[in-house]
Ligand binder design. Structure first.
Ligand SMILES: NC(=O)c1ccc[n+]([C@@H]2O[C@H](COP(=O)([O-])OP(=O)(O)OC[C@H]3O[C@@H](n4cnc5c(N)ncnc54)[C@H](O)[C@@H]3O)[C@@H](O)[C@H]2O)c1
Length: 286
């Protein structure tokens, strides 16, 4: 496409390469983000661990088959797609994955750091009882993983003299305390200051760095097989929780979080950096 040819307003990201981590799990925020970015015309690198954790096999993750299914769905939207299997907390795996997808698709200039989480056997529970390895794992995946992927991509953007945008996924739990989520709260708070510091350091290179802070989102992370609903005491308990806690009166969808991520990765957000945007249906306003 020549530089004078206007982009279709329906494909504002045509010609750009986006990397989404944590992309593959059905109903997840990463998957919804990958689909929305592809609908905007971006070529998509889908990165996911795509295997169970050796040390926390009960913690839900995507499978290799689900990563392949996502890739097929995205190709069906008419964009180029690369997949990479990597644990975002492992430096060598991240470096290899980013090198591989850059080779296949070109320099990544849009980064959605979605991989993360916590749960039973993965940092959930009273702070006085959490095993130290679980606490470290939550920090590694959420904070170190976000940094490693951002570093690998930003170094390549700077080397190619390209501007770019990074969107990290924090949480409302990064802004206020939730009992039994201590490691997760610490990690997600860390992501907010990591975001601000990266925004400060990378701004002069034309790279914006923001975060979204989702509220309570109906994904398999918290609500597989209606797990969250059962935790709240069934449908009536969930309805009471939602009425008490969430001004807009419902859990959020992955697509709603993805929409905010995609906005922060779009030119429309060119004036925004260092922000930690609540997308919580009003559950958190600080
Ligand atoms: N669901 C919520 O209520 C909620 C609220 C606030 C923030 N968040 C955050 O949003 C993000 C996505 O959450 P979700 O609800 O879509 O979760 P999800 O479990 O549906 O998806 C997480 C994805 O990340 C992948 N993943 C996990 N560990 C990885 C690793 N080490 N390396 C690479 N990939 C890895 C999984 O395979 C999966 O595809 C997470 O960072 C989570 O902490 C979720």
């Amino acid at each position: 496409m020549s530089s004078t040819e206007p982009l279709s307003p329906l494909s504002p990201l045509a010609g750009k390469v986006a990397l989404v981590t944590g992309a593959a799990r059905p109903r997840g925020i990463g998957r919804a983000t990958a689909v929305q970015l592809a609908r905007s015309g971006a070529d998509i690198a889908c990165l996911d661990i795509a295997r169970p954790y050796d040390d926390a096999p009960a913690h839900g993750t995507a499978s290799a088959g689900e990563l392949d299914e996502l890739a097929a769905e995205l190709r069906g939207l008419g964009v180029r797609v690369a997949t990479a299997v990597a644990d975002v907390s492992v430096e060598e795996e991240v470096e290899n994955a980013v090198a591989q997808v850059s080779e296949e698709l070109g320099t990544v200039t849009l980064v959605a750091n979605v991989a993360g989480g916590s749960g039973p056997g993965f940092g959930l529970g009273p702070l006085l009882n959490i095993p130290v390895e679980e606490f470290r794992r939550v920090l590694d995946v959420n904070v170190i993983g976000t940094w490693l992927v951002s570093r690998a991509c930003a170094n390549r953007m700077i080397a190619a003299d390209l501007a770019g945008r990074i969107c990290n996924v924090s949480s409302q739990a990064g802004k206020r305390a939730f009992p039994f989520l201590g490691p997760y709260c610490a990690a997600k708070a860390g992501i907010i200051l990591l975001t601000q510091t990266m925004a400060t350091e990378l701004g002069p290179s034309g790279i914006s760095v923001n975060a979204v802070c989702p509220g309570t989102v109906d994904t398999n992370l918290i609500n597989k097989d209606a797990m969250f609903e059962q935790l709240m005491g069934g449908p009536e308990g969930l309805a009471a929780y939602v009425a008490r806690e969430i001004p807009l009166g419902r859990l959020q969808s992955a697509e709603e979080i993805a929409a905010a991520i995609c906005w922060l990765l779009s030119d429309d957000a060119r004036g925004v950096t260092g922000e930690a945007l609540n997308v919580s249906a009003g559950q958190t306003m600080v």
